[in-house]
Structures are given as structure tokens and as C-alpha cells.
Unconditional design. Structure first.
Lengths: 463, 848
């Protein structure tokens, strides 16, 4: 990992005083994650370049994770090569004076603007060229970026998210270092471990005077702080390691996909409202939320005393753990607590624990099932569990054309196996209703478009 | 004095405090059989006399008693039990678990009891307590039978108590020691002609007495309903009774037989459903025959457990929790089965389909409800094929499990409703229809799976939970998933310079475990793929119960369809199927389907996202980052700064980054059609009737070679060497091959013992060990792992967890196939497949 800082201030070699590193020497220092070296590729009156070279030990990186060998901590890791939060650590610990604008030998030099050029040899950036510019241009940098291909010999692989970035500006060295200190981890959107818990303090201290007014402030803050969890290795990720794109990428796409699309309509809230209303209308008191996820609907159901017994079921035990935390089940009053249960089960297996309810909600679930497996789902729900009523929602694929950001033919979520149009959904639902002895009616959810209908479609089955 | 009690019973001791119950129990029963109220008081309250803890103590005692009875353990209740309300829950418990309640009353004199209590410091109550208890006891004595106690024994003196001997009597239905062979005959209903036809066909002959017997000593088991409806009821009875009398047959009663018996005993019954036919015929018989029939019917036992518990017979079936037990409910179930309480459109009671929920280990053969075709369902078989209604008379041969039938000579009675199984989809067997849905209770929670190769394999709760999610969200139709391959351990870490793995350690592993020869197969650079190929769509339906018109499947090691593109998958399945056909594989193995274990190339088909986001991305970062670093260092050196060491190091890192990129590039090529895909099959896992783990690996290689030859461009052979572990030159040759292979960028090789299933001195050996090449391992351990100081640290990897996992998964995989080949219910196959998936979620270093 390489950062170079160049100046054409005269005499340029004063850079050595500011950095407290003599231009003719090679300076090394050990860090927990490897060795850092500072040397000067050029050092003359006219131009001086300091290079910060970080030689990260990949084995230590992995071993450092408490000996827990999971899918996420791979030896095959870009950390040794890219500018990351490790660079910030080096800046903070080894360039502390320069960073905070102190220089005993040349106290005046720290406070004047110098012509500076910083170059990050490789930095991963989620958000691409645009985001890079969004971060640095408002701070007065002239930004030059070069994006790298994943592999020139396999052009089909396409572009990487790796950039070589050059920043030019005339300013105090301390400011440049501070900006790099805060923004490199933000670009990378990933932090290593040894970052402590005082992140908020650090951010406020280093961001003083510029971050408050930065137009991308919110993005910077959330990216800087967000990556504190993330190390929990889990069995599922490993099981599907070969077949599933790594999780963060999925999450990213999801965020850019379904969520962002639908947020504009706050479709999620309208769907929850519609489902709750439909459920209330059935007169149900004992209800099932099949595929409850992290419990958004459960929270609403809890708020309505009509629902005396609420069971949230999901196939993901992680989702259920999250639901338990989010609903603060442990701290509910006993009378409330008695109303709700969480159940780890699956819509692919007959489960007697799901039988005997007044109504069941299946909200945005079926599109995650492979079409050939729908038959099992139908029997599990309509034949075996056989609730008095079923409220079921799924995306209306026709509506996708109304979202310009969604490429044609793509689904709203990478895990969707299908997104039916209205005719397909209604044909399926009518078939189910007649096979299992239910009546069914349909309702749109969200603003209805005259040509393509509403974004979400709902079927209410009763018997 | 001998007290006879059934071997499975709930023994309730009744007696006043101090009557010597505990001493009696201690002497006559095993300590774990006795549940004493005092002991339970102590358990819940630390004081065996804490009267305030009585309610809790009995709750705990009843709970333990229930668990014991559920497990069919004789249980003795040591408490005073002098009041009816104390005994009532115990009788209820015995009924719930279909065991017989037995009362043993210790009615000893007041003075004796009082004296005994006085001698104990912890029993401070006065004589009135014992007096009260005894009078309650006396008031109870006469009513014990009415309360439900089938056996009541009263001991009235210490001498009687001392002399009492407990004799445990096997239940009538316990015939576990009778191993057969049997011919189990369904409902005859007076169809004596057909019965004779059937007996002849089964090889029975008439002996000197005129009674039928089998020259090989086989026995007939009549499933009841000998009488009513048909044309020759008395003859049928005569035949059956004579066979039973001579020990050549056993008979369980049917509901018709019991109704006839009640009529013959002179009781009031409604004469209907063909009973009138029986009475007509019996009226023509002499009275002593009628008496003999009555006695015969009276002596019939509701059901039998045969063959060490492997076979249960009863007229209308027998649920698992009732087998080998005795109660009125058990008898009723044996005679009538269970009904839902509803009636159908013909006015007949709707039968509750107990067989679809049956999970017992014993096979149950039964009759009672006519079906067109006897079909195994969850180890149960209904062989009433409705002879009297013009169907057939059928027998099940045990242990052969074959069904033999003879046609009815004519329709004797028109059936009230057409006999047909209720919910069978056309073209599916009853079992396949039943298997359309699997049950949560068959996969959830902690499980022990019994496997032939490794006895019990434990699946932990949290791993089952992980597997449930993967199976539900990603897996293909479980009917296709008959096998998941095991994980594979690498060889012991080598000490050779610059390497982590080398074949010599794998050779040494097998040599040290006594294997004379091994097979070394090239490890292909692809993804594991399981192919299940049917000869045609019809086979997919009839053998796998898959109705989607598919002819096979190609799935990954986690049970997911390999291709989202259904047309591409169909092309592959059909191409492999055609190759099997052309190589005369179907004929050679007399099979219509095959399960092949294979490697599918390129790896990038399945792992393109992984290549993109991890490998290529790291490669690009390394290339650019190290390139810039080298340039900066060169510039510094140019102006005289001493960076020689750093520069050298970064140049070598740059070279390793390039080697890393070369390594992953071997695994990537674009796939646009079938022509871009290669499949290398290396195991013939199973075909109809056979799991081929009894063949050695050379057999598998050669068998598949002919299939590959017929497979055109799609299929490829797996190069292999047989290595004699006693001959250095043989080992050297294989090592040389491995070295060339891996230095050219190949992934490596897999070393397998000659036998598919190999046992060493300490049990099952690893079925395969992989030796991966130095360049390939960059993909696993990172571009620079060959740097000596990194390599030194990586050598500390431990293999034991991986090896244990590999063995358990191997045992489960083979077990699943064996169950499928035995045509066991899908849940039994799925249990193993699910188990492999669950084990895969155990935390093991993923780089191994």
C-alpha cells in the first residue's frame, strides 16, 4: 500500500521537516499489522516526494481475528495492497505532529498553504468516480482518478472498484493529512479491527472545521461509523460461499435496489398498513406472520389488541434473533410477552406448530421461492396449516418499468426468483383458492398506475 | 406365593405407612424401577418427610413414571396409595401408555406398622395415622378391579410378604423370538377356494391330518376377518383352526370375527355386514364345532410382534406407541383402526390414515380396508385386496417382503364404496404421494442418524437450523436429492520447502493404516456436481416421484441446482443420459437411473461472482499497488537512497501477485452454451438395487471410461495412477506426475484407498485425501503465502476437525443412498442429505 505526498514548495525538502522524516534516510516502524516505511523517491529544491509504504502481513491479519476462521476472514484479501483504515492508523501514530499541525523546527510552515499533491496508488471505492469527487472536490481538491480493470486478460470480468487517485491542492499539510485520515476509510467503506470504540470522538475531532459543512457529510459519517459489527462469522455464509456473491455485495445491491426504489414511495409502510387492515378485517385474533424477518409487521400487530396471539415464523434463525432484539421481547410486560412467540420453521416442510390459526400473513415471501417449490409451499400453508384467512403480497413485475434505475428484465432484489405480473399472480391465486377451498380477492398496494397497476399486489384468501 | 405380573406393567404398591412397601420393592424390583414418594419428596424439597412438598413430589413422580412407561419400562410406584384419588392418576397413566396396572396390597397389622414407624426417628406421627390408612385401604380393596387394576395381589402377613415371588410374564402379543418365515394372509371373508389357491401358490401342502403345512416350515399368519360375507365361511374356519392347532399358523382377530364371537356367546349384536352368512353356515354345523369356533376366536390375541420386533401384524394396523402393549384401546385399534369421527358420502366412517404418520422401526402388515394394490407406506403394508368383493386374496412373504396374490373367482359381494386409496396422485405410489411433503419434525432439532458405516452420527440443533434455511431457500426438489458428497481433507502438512501439501503425506497416511495400494486421481479444476440421470421422464416419475417432466438433475454439493438455465440443464442431463445409453450402461446394470459424482468445469460457471469480487479484485489491487511501490522504490534508489532490501522484496511480491492471477485464470473461461462445459464423472454412486461403494476405484474409473467415450465433448476422463505403497518407484512415478501436473497450474490430485470404503485398525479411513498444488493454493491462502515466514506459520493448521467431518459426511452420504436404493420413505433419505448439509455448517477452517 502506497501513499505519496509531493510538494513543489521551495525549498521542497522542507517537507522532511514537516513530516519529521529526513529525506535521505529510510524510516521504518513496526505496527501490529506489519511494517511501515517512509522514503523519498525525489528530494530536491524544486520538488520533493515522500512515500509511505505499508507492508501488511496477511497472515497476521487473519490470525488477528481471535482465531475464528470464518468465511469472511480470508487470506485472499486486498488489505495488503490497498489504502485502507490501516493507513489512517499509520498517519495518526507516526505522523501525529504533522497531522495536528505542529512542527518545532519550522513552526511557521505548518500554517501556510503549500502546493501539494497526494497520490493513493490503489484505493477501493464503493460509489466510484462520482463519490470520490463528491468527497474531495468540495474541499478544494483537483481530483484525478484512474479506474482499473479487474483483469486485463479476462475483459468479461469488467471494471474493478479500484482507483488510483491523485489529489492536488494548495493548502496546509495538516489539512491534507486530516482529510486523508478521515476519508480513506470512508472510500474503502471497511475498517480493520484495531479501530477502537472512540470512533465518534475521533471523527468529531478530525472533522472539526470542515466536516460540518461538507455536502456529503451524512454519507461520510455513516460510512465512517457503520462498519463496527460485521465480524460475526456465520454458518450460512460459509455454506453458500461458492455460490453466493459475498454478502456485502448483496447487501449493497439490495440497498441500491429494492430498498432505494421503494423508499421513494415509502411503499414498505403502505404495504404494512394494507396488510394490517386486511388482517383486521378478517376478524382474526390468533395470527401467523410467515417469513416475519426482523419483525416490522410483528411490531404493528403487537400494537393492536385485536391480535391476542401472534406468532412470527422465519426460516432464518438470524432474522429471528434480530426480531427478538428489535421487538425487545425480553423487556415486554408479561401480559404483552404472552401474546407473541417466534418460531424457526420453513414453508417447505409440514409443521403442525403452524396449524390452527385464524389468519396468516405471507408478505413478500413467495417471490423468494423457486417456482417448482411453490407446490410444497401451497400444501404446507393451505392444506396443513390451513388458517382461516391468508393475506399474501408479492411485487407486481409490470410496475418495474416505472423505476428507471432498475434495468429492464432485472428483479427488485437479487434473491427474487420471479416477479409476477398481475395476470400471473391472479391465475396462481385463483388456482390455489379453488384447489384448497378458499375464496380470494385482490387489492393493489401503493399508487396505482393506469397502465401497469400498483407496485405491490395483495391477495386475501378466506374460507 | 407367586405373584404373576405382565412384564410391562405399572405396579402400584398399596399399604399403610410402615407396612414394608419400600423393603418389599427393594427386594423384588430393580432400584431404578421403583419410584418412591419419599425419594421424590427429598428430590424436590431435600426432606423425604416434607408433607408440604407432596403435591410437587407427586407431579415429578408422575412425570418420571410417564417417561418410563413411554419407553416401555416396568415401573413400581412406592407410596401409600390407600386412597382412590391417589390411585386414579396412576391408572390413567397406565391407560395412556397402554400398559396394565397391577395392584400389590400389603395389608399388614396396625401394630406392626406402628412399631416400625416408632423405630424411625423421622416418623413422629401417632398410631391413629396408620389406623386411618388401613381402614381406607380396607374400604378400597373390593373396588380395585373396578378402578381398572387388572391384577390385584393381596399380602396379609409378613410371612406372605417374605415368601412372595414376582413372576414377570411376557405379553401374549410378544412373539419376538419367532423369526418366521411367514406368509401373512389378508382378509379371507370365507373365500376358502381362493385361500386354497393362495396356499398352493405359496408352496403349502396338506399333511396326513388334512391340515395345511409348508415343507420348509413357513407359517401362515391370518390377519383376521376369516368370516362373514363369503361363500365358504365354515371351511375357512376349519382350515385356519386346524393350521393354528398344529402350529403351522397364527391368527389375529378381525372386527368381523369378534362380532361373530359375541353372537356365539349369546350376546345381542346387530346381524349385518355379512354376519348373517356366517350364522347360516354355522347353523348347519354341529354344536361342538360352534363351540370350537367360539373358543378359537376367544383365544385370539389382538396383535403380534415377531422377528425381534421387526414385524408387527394386526388386522387394522398398529401405531408405534401401541405395539407390544396391552389395553382395551390397543385391542380396539387392532380391530378397527382409527376413524376421524366423520363419515364419507357412502355413510361409512372416514378412516384416519395412521400409516402416513407412522415413524416406527417395525414393519406393520395389516388388512381391514380393501385397497386395489398392496403398497408399502412408511414401513406399513395393507394387503387386504378385497377378495370377497371380486378383488384378490394376497399374502406378504416375510422376510422377503414380496406380495403374492390370487384372483377372486368371482364377485361375492358388491362393495359399498369402490376400494381405492384416498389421496394418491395418478402415477405415484402411495409412498411417493406421501413424500410430496416432508415433515418439520423429521429434520428439526438435535438428531442422531444411524448409519451403516459409522453408527450414530449426531446432528446438533444449531447446525440443523442452518441446514433448514439453506435447504428451504436454495435446494432443489428433495425428491431428487438422494446424495450429497462429503467434504475432503487435505494431506498432512508437508515439511518440504515451499510446499504445504505433497502426495507423500497422503501415501503415508494410507500406508500407516495398512493399505497396500492407493489410487491417485487428477483433481479437476471445477465444482463438484452430482448428476442424477433417468432413462426417461417416466422413470423420473415412477422411481423418484418427480412429476415436472424432468429426466434428471445436476446439483451442487449443497443440493442447489447447478444451472439456473433450465434448458442448459436439460441438455446436460440428456447428453449424459444418451452417453449412458450408448455405452449400454442401462443394460449392464439393469437400471433405469444412475447417480454419478463428478466435477464440472469451468469453476467460473458457479463461482464467477467469487472470481470477480475476491480473486480478480485482489489480483488487480496487488498488481497496481505493488507496481507503484516498485516504481517509487526504484526512483528512490536512483537518487542513492538505500532501499535495496525493500525493492527486492516488493519485486518478489509483484511476481507472486502475477502467479496468483495466473492461478485463478486457469479456472475461468466463458460459458455460453453446452459446448463450453466439461464434466468429469469419477464415481458411479448408485443404480437400481445397488450402491456401488463395494467396488474399488479402478472399477469406477473403468466403468466411467466407457461412458465418457460415448459422451462426446461434454464428458471427460479423469487421469489416474494406481500406486503400490510398498514400491518406491511406483510412488515416485505418481509423485512426478503430480509435480508436473501442479507446476503446469493444475489443481492437484486426490489420493483414495483402493476400496471405496476402507477400514484401518481404528475404524473407517478417510475415503479420499486431496493434495493441492503450490500454485493452486495461492487462491486459498493468498498470493504471497509461499513467502517462507508466512508458510512457516500456515503449517500450524490442524486437520482433525476436518477429518472427523469428512468421515461423518461420508457415512451419511452412503447411508442416504442405501436407504434410497432400499426404497425407504423419502424422509429417511432426506434425513441423511439434510444431515450432510447440517454438518457442513460446523465451523471448520474453510481453507482446508
Amino acid at each position: 500500500m502506497l501513499l505519496t505526498i509531493r510538494t513543489t514548495h521551495r525549498p521542497a525538502t522542507d517537507l522532511g521537516f514537516l513530516l519529521h522524516k529526513h529525506p535521505d534516510h529510510v524510516h521504518t516502524r513496526e505496527f501490529p499489522f506489519g511494517q511501515a516505511t517512509v522514503f523519498y523517491p525525489e528530494a530536491s529544491e524544486e520538488a520533493c516526494t515522500a512515500a509511505v509504504l505499508l507492508d501488511v502481513d496477511p497472515v497476521t491479519m487473519v490470525r488477528g481475528r481471535g482465531g475464528r476462521d470464518g468465511a469472511e476472514d480470508q487470506y485472499v484479501n486486498d488489505r495488503p495492497y490497498v489504502a485502507s483504515s490501516l493507513l489512517s492508523v499509520v498517519l495518526a501514530r507516526w505522523f501525529n505532529s504533522a497531522l495536528s499541525g505542529r512542527c518545532e523546527r519550522m513552526p511557521d510552515l505548518v500554517s501556510i498553504a503549500l502546493p501539494l499533491e497526494a497520490r493513493l496508488a490503489v484505493v477501493p471505492c464503493r460509489g466510484g468516480d462520482a463519490f470520490l469527487r463528491e468527497l474531495f472536490e468540495p474541499l478544494g481538491y483537483q481530483v484525478e482518478t484512474r479506474r482499473h480493470a479487474l483483469d486485463d486478460s479476462i475483459p468479461e470480468l469488467g471494471e474493478s472498484r479500484l482507483f488510483t487517485v491523485t489529489l492536488r491542492s494548495s493548502r496546509r499539510l495538516g489539512d491534507l493529512l486530516t482529510h486523508l485520515y478521515v476519508l480513506v476509510p470512508v472510500l474503502d467503506d471497511q475498517k480493520h479491527y484495531w479501530v477502537g470504540h472512540d470512533e465518534v470522538e475521533k471523527l468529531l475531532r478530525h472533522g472539526e472545521g470542515w466536516l460540518e459543512r461538507h455536502p456529503a457529510r451524512d454519507a461520510i459519517v455513516s460510512r465512517y461509523l457503520v462498519r463496527q459489527r460485521g465480524l460475526v462469522r456465520d454458518a450460512i455464509a460459509r455454506l453458500t460461499a461458492e455460490e453466493e456473491p459475498e454478502e456485502e455485495a448483496t447487501a449493497e445491491r439490495k440497498e441500491a435496489g429494492e430498498h432505494a426504489l421503494e423508499r421513494t414511495l415509502s411503499l414498505n409502510d403502505r404495504r404494512l398498513d394494507a396488510v394490517c387492515d386486511a388482517l383486521r378485517e378478517t376478524g382474526a385474533s390468533r395470527v401467523l406472520d410467515l417469513g416475519c424477518g426482523e419483525g416490522k409487521l410483528l411490531r404493528r400487530l403487537l400494537a393492536d389488541p385485536q391480535f391476542a396471539e401472534i406468532v412470527g415464523m422465519d426460516v432464518s434463525s438470524r432474522a429471528l434473533d434480530a426480531a427478538e432484539r428489535r421487538l425487545k421481547l425480553e423487556r415486554l410486560a408479561p401480559t404483552q410477552r404472552e401474546r407473541i412467540r417466534l418460531l424457526h420453521s420453513s414453508l417447505m416442510y409440514r409443521d403442525p406448530r403452524l396449524a390452527g390459526f385464524d389468519a396468516a400473513v405471507v408478505m413478500e415471501v413467495i417471490e423468494h421461492l423457486d417456482p417448482p417449490r411453490l407446490r410444497a409451499f401451497e400444501r404446507v400453508l393451505f392444506e396443513c396449516a390451513r388458517p382461516g384467512a391468508v393475506v399474501l403480497t408479492t411485487p407486481n413485475g409490470e410496475y418495474n418499468v416505472r423505476w428507471p434505475s432498475l434495468d429492464a428484465g432485472r428483479f427488485r432484489h437479487p434473491d427474487h426468483r420471479f416477479e409476477w405480473n398481475r395476470a400471473a399472480f391472479q391465475a396462481w391465486a385463483l388456482g390455489v383458492a379453488s384447489r384448497f377451498g378458499y375464496a380470494v380477492r385482490f387489492e393493489p398496494i401503493g399508487d396505482e398506475d393506469p397502465a401497469v397497476g400498483a407496485p405491490t399486489q395483495m391477495a386475501v384468501f378466506t374460507r | 406365593m407367586t405373584l404373576t405380573i405382565p412384564e410391562l406393567s405399572l405396579v402400584v404398591l398399596i399399604g399403610a405407612s410402615g407396612s414394608g412397601k419400600s423393603t418389599f420393592a427393594r427386594r423384588r424390583f430393580a432400584p431404578t424401577e421403583v419410584l418412591s414418594s419419599d425419594a421424590f419428596r427429598a428430590l424436590v424439597a431435600d426432606d423425604e418427610n416434607a408433607q408440604g412438598a407432596t403435591v410437587d413430589a407427586f407431579a415429578a413422580l408422575h412425570f418420571v413414571a410417564a417417561r418410563r412407561l413411554a419407553r416401555a419400562r416396568l415401573t413400581v410406584i412406592d407410596a401409600t396409595n390407600v386412597q382412590p384419588e391417589a390411585r386414579k392418576p396412576l391408572v390413567a397413566l397406565a391407560r395412556e401408555y397402554h400398559v396394565l396396572p397391577v395392584a400389590i396390597v400389603l395389608d399388614l397389622p396396625d401394630e406392626l406398622c406402628y412399631e416400625r414407624n416408632r423405630s424411625r426417628a423421622d416418623r413422629t406421627f401417632g398410631p391413629h395415622v396408620v389406623r386411618n390408612q388401613r381402614s381406607q385401604l380396607h374400604r378400597s380393596l373390593r373396588g380395585l378391579g373396578r378402578e381398572g387394576f387388572r391384577h390385584v395381589h393381596v399380602l396379609r402377613s409378613q410371612d406372605e410378604v417374605d415368601a412372595a415371588i414376582i413372576e414377570r410374564q411376557p405379553l401374549w402379543n410378544n412373539r419376538r423370538e419367532e423369526r418366521g418365515p411367514f406368509d401373512i394372509v389378508g382378509d379371507v371373508h370365507g373365500c376358502c377356494d381362493e385361500l386354497v389357491d393362495l396356499l398352493r401358490q405359496l408352496g403349502y401342502v396338506t399333511g396326513e391330518s388334512g391340515a395345511w403345512r409348508h415343507p420348509e416350515g413357513r407359517k401362515v399368519v391370518f390377519l383376521g376377518d376369516l368370516v362373514d360375507r363369503g361363500p365358504r365361511i365354515a371351511d375357512t374356519l376349519r382350515l385356519a383352526m386346524s393350521m393354528v392347532a398344529e402350529g403351522n399358523a397364527l391368527c389375529v382377530p378381525g372386527n368381523h370375527d369378534m362380532k361373530l364371537k359375541r353372537k356365539l356367546e349369546g350376546r345381542e349384536v346387530m346381524v349385518s355386514h355379512g354376519l348373517e352368512r356366517s350364522l347360516e353356515e354355522l347353523d348347519q354345523e354341529p354344536p361342538d364345532f360352534r363351540g370350537a369356533v367360539r373358543d378359537f376366536l376367544d383365544g385370539l390375541v389382538s396383535h403380534y410382534v415377531f422377528d425381534e420386533g421387526r414385524l408387527v401384524v394386526a388386522h387394522a394396523g398398529m401405531k408405534e406407541d401401541m405395539q407390544g402393549r396391552g389395553s382395551a384401546k390397543v385391542r380396539d385399534f387392532a380391530l378397527f383402526g382409527e376413524t376421524t369421527g366423520e363419515t364419507d358420502e357412502f355413510g361409512l366412517p372416514v378412516r384416519y390414515n395412521w400409516a402416513s404418520e407412522y415413524r416406527g422401526r417395525a414393519s406393520v402388515v395389516y388388512g381391514h380396508t380393501p385397497v386395489p394394490e398392496p403398497e408399502w407406506l412408511n414401513r406399513t403394508l395393507n394387503i387386504d385386496t378385497g377378495c370377497v368383493f371380486g378383488g384378490r386374496l394376497s399374502a406378504c412373504r416375510w422376510p422377503e417382503k414380496e406380495v403374492v396374490s390370487v384372483a377372486a373367482r368371482r364377485i361375492y359381494v358388491e362393495p359399498v364404496r369402490p376400494f381405492q386409496p384416498a389421496d394418491t396422485a395418478p402415477g405415484l405410489t402411495a409412498q411417493q404421494a406421501n413424500d410430496d411433503l416432508l415433515d418439520m419434525d423429521d429434520v428439526r432439532g438435535k438428531r442422531l442418524i444411524d448409519t451403516r458405516l459409522q453408527r450414530n452420527v449426531t446432528i446438533r440443533d444449531e447446525n440443523a437450523a442452518a441446514a433448514l434455511e439453506v435447504m428451504s431457500r436454495f435446494a432443489a426438489n428433495p425428491k431428487w436429492l438422494i446424495y450429497l458428497p462429503p467434504t475432503m481433507s487435505p494431506s498432512e502438512t508437508t515439511k518440504r520447502d515451499g510446499l504445504l501439501e505433497h502426495p507423500s503425506e497422503a501415501f503415508e497416511y494410507y500406508r500407516s493404516h495398512g493399505m497396500p495400494r492407493v489410487v491417485v486421481e487428477q483433481k479437476h479444476m471445477g465444482s463438484r456436481a452430482i448428476l442424477v440421470i433417468c432413462r426417461n421422464e417416466e422413470v423420473a416419475r415412477s422411481r423418484f416421484g418427480v412429476m415436472d417432466g424432468e429426466e434428471g438433475i445436476c446439483y451442487t454439493r449443497t443440493g442447489r441446482r447447478f444451472f439456473e438455465n433450465a434448458a442448459l440443464e436439460r441438455d446436460i442431463v440428456q447428453t449424459v443420459g444418451a452417453a449412458l445409453g450408448r455405452s449400454r450402461f442401462w443394460e449392464r446394470f439393469q437400471t433405469d437411473w444412475a447417480c454419478l459424482d463428478s466435477e464440472l468445469m469451468p469453476w467460473s460457471v458457479k463461482a464467477i461472482e467469487l472470481v470477480r469480487q475476491q480473486y480478480a479484485s485482489v489480483g488487480a489491487a496487488a498488481r497496481v499497488g505493488l507496481g507503484e511501490a516498485v516504481a517509487a522504490l526504484e526512483q528512490a534508489r536512483g537518487r542513492g537512497v538505500d532501499v535495496t532490501g525493500l525493492l527486492e522484496r516488493h519485486r518478489s511480491r509483484e511476481a507472486m501477485a502475477e502467479q496468483f492471477a495466473r492461478a485463478y485464470r486457469h479456472y475461468c473461461w466463458p460459458v455460453n452454451s453446452l459446448a463450453d462445459i466439461r464434466i468429469a464423472p469419477f464415481h458411479v454412486m448408485a443404480t437400481e438395487g445397488a450402491v456401488h461403494v463395494d467396488k474399488d476405484h479402478v472399477w469406477h474409473m473403468e466403468t466411467l471410461a466407457s461412458v465418457v467415450e460415448a459422451g462426446g465433448n461434454l464428458l471427460m476422463r479423469t487421469p489416474y495412477h494406481v500406486v503400490d505403497l510398498g514400491a518406491q518407484e511406483s510412488e515416485d512415478a505418481a509423485t512426478k506426475w503430480w509435480t508436473e501436473l501442479t507446476e503446469a497450474g493444475g489443481e492437484g490430485a486426490v489420493v483414495k484407498p483402493m476400496a471405496f470404503v476402507a477400514h484401518g485398525r481404528r475404524g473407517l479411513l478417510q475415503p479420499a485425501i486431496k493434495c493441492r498444488g503450490r500454485e493452486y493454493l495461492r487462491i486459498i491462502y493468498g498470493p504471497e503465502y509461499t513467502t517462507p515466514e508466512y508458510l512457516q506459520r500456515l503449517r500450524q493448521r490442524g486437520l482433525s476437525a476436518k477429518r472427523s467431518l469428512a468421515l461423518r459426511e461420508f457415512a451419511l452420504g452412503v447411508e442416504g443412498l442405501e436407504r434410497f436404493v432400499r426404497k425407504e420413505p423419502l424422509r429417511r433419505v432426506h434425513e441423511c442429505v439434510f444431515g450432510v448439509l447440517a454438518l457442513e455448517s460446523e465451523p471448520v477452517d474453510p481453507r482446508l
